[in-house]
Design a protein around this ligand. Structure first.
Ligand SMILES: NC(=O)C1=CN([C@@H]2O[C@H](COP(=O)(O)OP(=O)(O)OC[C@H]3O[C@@H](n4cnc5c(N)ncnc54)[C@H](OP(=O)(O)O)[C@@H]3O)[C@@H](O)[C@H]2O)C=CC1
Ligand SMILES: O=C(CO)COP(=O)(O)O
Length: 377
């Protein structure tokens, strides 16, 4: 069911996953001149995109570019592609990569993750799962992140994002394809920070949803967002990120967008929890992917392993487990310690450089272990 991308002149790209973000990213690429083929797992959805230029389930009211085409066959999507973008729910990435592996063998094209989750069973970031399953050069892998609520971008509202890759060249190649008049991409080489920014802001957005659902106001939310950014930065740096990445689009930028918007599925899931629905009820009610729900447990496991305190995320977990009344989430914003704490916002300085020191220690141990770390980097 492939149609010709007659008017497009740019690179040929395959986008795997035709939900709200995959389809929106396909539109970004097509509007930037790329020849886009979407892969949807349901034939009827591929047909609707290819023939009707619509994706009514995920992007109601949006007309897709006429150059965009779609298929439900992976081999057709990948055939002739110069770049491939992955946008399936994080927990399904590994199984999807098994189908892609033979099609990507003997190619050198960039592989781009659009996803914002970690694998529940392993705690691995999506770029790590890609590297493992495809056994490919990590310099081919890029990740895209930032304040990118799909429906706003599909409506062509001006937005910025960041593309990260260990290879500056790969990041720039992808950024050149993924930009147009309403979508601006920056580049960096901090894959860890860029990915963790996207994962961690989801968890803080669930917390914000919870306090919204309970009915608390702006002070509570601003407090959680501010302390949440410190928590995100501590965690990400302890796991190998550059602190400045968390101050950028993939950290603070995405945190603001996701915590503020009713379009956010993580925020929505939190709101339902705050209104008293159980975790099981929330999962039943969500008909789109809320990555934060599956990421809480593996992130807390990694936090324990890297000696990072995440009181807000801990509380989200307790609400999810039915062990904390959502109304109690706010008074425990930092810790139960009675001793007043210094407010520390600049990472690793006011605490005597504790987290930074731990990061150096880990780097030292990694060096001694021949480059291996617990997180598999
Ligand atoms: N939406 C957004 O604003 C943004 C989302 N992201 C990230 O993008 C990723 C994808 O999310 P998003 O597009 O929003 O999710 P959606 O819920 O909108 O869509 C999910 C898509 O994945 C498909 N799918 C579900 N299960 C599987 C599976 N087992 N194998 C293959 N395909 C499957 C669905 O197909 P079907 O319809 O057949 O069920 C659907 O096409 C997530 O990691 C998310 O965090 C990042 C930035 C912005
Ligand atoms: O990542 C997003 C915005 O940048 C989308 O957030 P949600 O997955 O919560 O909808």
């Amino acid at each position: 069911m492939t149609r010709k991308n007659a008017d497009a002149r740019g690179p040929r790209v395959a986008v795997i996953g035709a939900g709200s973000w995959g389809t929106t990213f396909g539109k970004i690429l097509a509007d930037g001149g790329a020849q886009v083929t979407m892969w949807a797992r349901r034939p009827e959805q591929a047909l609707e995109i290819a023939e009707g230029k619509r994706n009514t389930k995920y992007l109601p009211g949006i007309n897709l570019p006429r150059t965009m085409t779609a298929t439900h066959e992976l081999s057709t999507a990948i055939d002739g592609a110069d770049q491939v973008y992955l946008s399936v729910p994080s927990q399904s990435l590994r199984e999807n990569l098994k189908g892609l592996r033979p099609l990507l063998e003997n190619t050198s094209m960039p592989i781009v993750s659009l996803m914002k989750g970690v694998e529940r069973a392993s705690g691995l970031r999506m770029s790590q799962v890609i590297e493992q399953e495809l056994a490919c050069d990590p310099e081919r892998i890029a990740v895209a992140s930032g304040p990118n609520l799909a429906l706003e971008i599909a409506r062509e509202q001006p937005t910025a994002a960041v593309i990260a890759s260990l290879s500056q060249e790969t990041a720039e190649t992808v950024a050149r394809a993924a930009r147009n008049s309403y979508f601006r991409t920056f580049v960096n080489t901090d894959v860890i920070g860029t990915e963790f920014g996207g994962v961690l802001k989801n968890l803080i957005a669930v917390a914000i949803g919870i306090v919204d659902g309970v009915g608390y106001g702006e002070n509570t939310k601003a407090s959680i967002i501010t302390r949440g950014l410190v928590e995100m930065t501590d965690f990400a740096v302890a796991n190998g990120a550059q602190p400045e990445t968390l101050q950028g689009l993939a950290g603070l930028g995405d945190l603001i967008a996701t915590c503020q918007s009713p379009l956010s599925r993580n925020n929505t899931a939190g709101r339902l929890l705050g209104q008293g629905y159980s975790y099981q009820d929330v999962v039943k009610q969500m008909n789109q992917t809320a990555e934060g729900l599956a990421s809480v447990a593996p992130i807390l496991q990694l936090a324990r392993e890297s000696d990072v305190h995440m009181p807000i995320v801990e509380q989200v977990k307790m609400v999810l487990d039915g062990k904390m009344n959502p109304r109690d989430i706010a008074p425990h914003l930092t810790t139960d310690d009675d001793t007043p704490q210094e407010e520390r916002t600049n990472h690793g300085q006011a605490d005597g450089g504790g987290a930074l020191r731990r990061a150096f220690q880990r780097a030292f141990h990694q060096f001694r272990n021949g480059g291996r770390s617990a997180a598999g980097d």
